[in-house]
Design a protein around this ligand. Sequence first.
Ligand SMILES: NC(=O)c1ccc[n+]([C@@H]2O[C@H](COP(=O)([O-])OP(=O)(O)OC[C@H]3O[C@@H](n4cnc5c(N)ncnc54)[C@H](OP(=O)(O)O)[C@@H]3O)[C@@H](O)[C@H]2O)c1
Length: 321
Amino acid sequence: MEKRRLGQTDIEITPIGLGCWQFSNAVGLAGRFWPSLDEVDSRAIIKTALDRGINWFDTAEVYGWGVSEDRVSDGLQDAHVMPGEVVVATKWYPLFRSAGSITRTISDRKQRLSPYPIDLHQVHFPAAAASIKGQMKAMAKLVERGDIRAVGVSNFSASQMRRAHGALQEHGLALASNQVEYSLLKRRIEANGVLETAKELGITLIAYSPLAQGLLTGKFHDNPGLVRQRVGWRKYMPAFKRKGLQKSRPVVDVLKRIALDHGVTPAQVALNWLVHFHGDTVVAIPGATRPRQAEQNAGALSFTLSPAELAEINEASQSFL
Ligand SMILES: NC(=O)c1ccc[n+]([C@@H]2O[C@H](COP(=O)([O-])OP(=O)(O)OC[C@H]3O[C@@H](n4cnc5c(N)ncnc54)[C@H](OP(=O)(O)O)[C@@H]3O)[C@@H](O)[C@H]2O)c1
């Protein structure tokens, strides 16, 4: 797979990474979104992702309160990956916490991910009991100390991103990334200034839930009863109910038709579109509960969508802008 620079750093990442929320072992409120590790074979998924060319992994403190970070390290060691051979991103959980917690919790992050260094550390969402300036000052200190290589944020608005970037510049750094929800069924960032600001400041946007949590694979449209067999909260979400599926069906139908022409899957077309439509700014981190899914998602760049196809997909999902 080709590689891109993460923001203005010298870190090189493949446009498709692996989202590792799925390795939470159903621990904690966020972790219960996915099945336990009895059903999700994190080692096999990580190995498949590596074999298919993926070079980076996105985890977080809150994904099973450290369990996902443990599994990332375990999976990489099991696959005989040497420290520094891949890129590892994690996140600090900010709710009700001061900026001092960034410094206090870094040793736990490092220990769990050991022997792999933390390349990117992100503020998970803008809800800390601290100013953005204070959070960025604490992050900058971690860079200075060599605990992390780059600083990112997640779920930040355009103005919050700008403030974070400005605060880091005072320390001679730049904001590397903003991890945001982005897919053909969630296109808010194209209208709310986030995409525009990222382009202007040279910040990479990391698209989370890039398959709309599985909807863009078309499997829930083909078999609406499937979601009830899934562990977790998707079955309660409007997008997975009859009306929601009706709304997204036209997008899925276009993906299916284009996928057929290329001999690929709708999920691969959706990911290919996402990381190409806006140039190099957007990369994506699809999650997987099975090795086969990671294999498929990693293969999303094995074909080229024509300008006409990119435009047709864009047109079909206009109602999600
Ligand atoms: N920063 C944040 O606030 C935030 C929020 C959410 C997620 N994230 C990150 O983004 C990553 C991805 O987001 P996500 O997990 O919410 O959504 P997603 O990547 O859009 O969907 C992942 C789910 O879709 C299904 N799937 C994936 N590939 C498939 C394929 N090729 N064929 C069939 N089904 C497939 C799997 O679920 P089933 O097999 O169960 O159907 C998988 O668990 C997470 O792992 C996490 O690292 C970050």
